[in-house]
Design a protein. Structure first.
Length: 331
């Protein structure tokens, strides 16, 4: 069976990657409906060597016979158009943060909680990129040893901010002024992703806390996060400190990672082998290394986790959700 698929935000950084991944993973597409705002509508895009004209997103855009709509066009657009599409029987996979914490919307990483797809009500939320790679790495530990507490420290690529963040790094390297970030990002680190809340945390940090608890279905998880923008174009790197509930040994953890879905173990420090952004770029796996005991805790372990934030962190996870819908006979 083939499906009619819309990509909303088809000309943006993630939207373009969604099209690339749909073709690369050979998602069974009967008809493609690339959509974008008025500003980008009319552009021509190539998909599977065929040319398509980008349609303008409007209220009756989903009156066409569409089965699945992948959204990556910002929260406002999702808030307005996802319910319209869903009401017409379209299954929406939304990359924005608009519906992630809505209790009627499953927040899904296929390697972690595919069973949550079974209760979708036509809107499915793609988690934040920094959360996706984290929960893929945490799931094997959660199932084997239980988790009490998580400390996230992230080193996030500028592509997470889309073309504007990417351009600020290019400009900074050439000695030109930053026009997007509040300070220069070249040769610098900014402990400021998304906006600050009254409690001193940024929305990005709160997202990691709330989304991890929702995906693992465990509000007893004690989590804190510091999310930092670094001068890297693609792939987020994360230091993750985990307090487990039960005893473990490092070799058992490495054995778990060798067979865990979606994970590549890169952990041989004596030979300078550990995950790096330059090696994760344009791949769909989550790379895990620097696994070592945290001797300051009874059952503590430290991880270093790297993944491409535009692929596994957004586009590929969304397409993998679409494949999971087929596998689970939900479409
Ligand atoms: C960022 N995770 O990196 C956020 C949104 N993509 O900016």
């Amino acid at each position: 069976k083939s499906y009619n698929v819309a990509v909303v935000g088809a000309t943006g950084m993630v939207g373009q990657k969604m099209l690339e991944v749909l073709a690369e993973l050979k998602f069974p597409i009967a008809n493609l409906y690339p959509m974008a705002s008025k500003r980008s509508a009319g552009k021509e895009i190539l998909f599977n060597k065929k040319s398509y004209v980008v349609q303008e997103l409007c209220d009756d855009a989903f009156d066409q016979d569409i089965d699945i709509a992948l959204f990556s066009a910002g929260g406002d657009t999702s808030e307005r158009f996802s319910p319209i599409a869903a009401a017409k029987g379209v299954i929406v996979i939304d990359n924005s943060s608009a519906f992630r914490m809505d209790p009627t919307v499953p927040l899904v990483v296929p390697e972690v909680n595919p069973e949550d797809l079974d209760w979708h009500k036509n809107i499915i939320a793609n988690p934040n990129c920094s959360t996706i790679q984290a929960v893929v790495a945490l799931k094997p530990l959660y199932d084997a040893f239980g988790i009490k507490r998580i400390v996230y420290s992230t080193y996030q690529a500028v592509s997470g901010s889309g073309v504007k963040g990417y351009a600020d790094l290019e400009r900074g390297i050439k000695g030109e002024e930053n026009t997007f970030y509040p300070h220069p990002i070249a040769y610098n680190c900014l402990p400021h992703i998304d906006s600050f809340m009254d409690n001193g945390y940024t929305k990005e940090e709160i997202k990691m806390v709330n989304e991890t608890q929702k995906i693992l279905h465990d509000n007893s998880l004690r989590i804190t996060a510091t999310t930092v923008r670094v001068p890297v174009y693609y792939a987020h790197s994360e230091s993750i400190n985990v307090e487990l509930k039960n005893e473990f040994n490092v070799d058992d953890v490495k054995t778990l990672y060798r067979k865990a879905p979606g994970i590549v173990l890169e952990d041989d420090p004596q030979n300078n082998i550990y995950p790096m952004a330059i090696n994760a770029e344009n791949k769909d796996e989550v790379f895990v290394g620097r696994i070592r005991r945290d001797f300051s805790l009874d059952n503590g372990v430290n991880l270093w986790v790297v993944a491409d934030n535009i692929r596994k962190g957004a586009a590929s996870n969304a397409v993998q959700i679409a494949f999971a819908l087929i596998e689970r006979k939900l479409i």
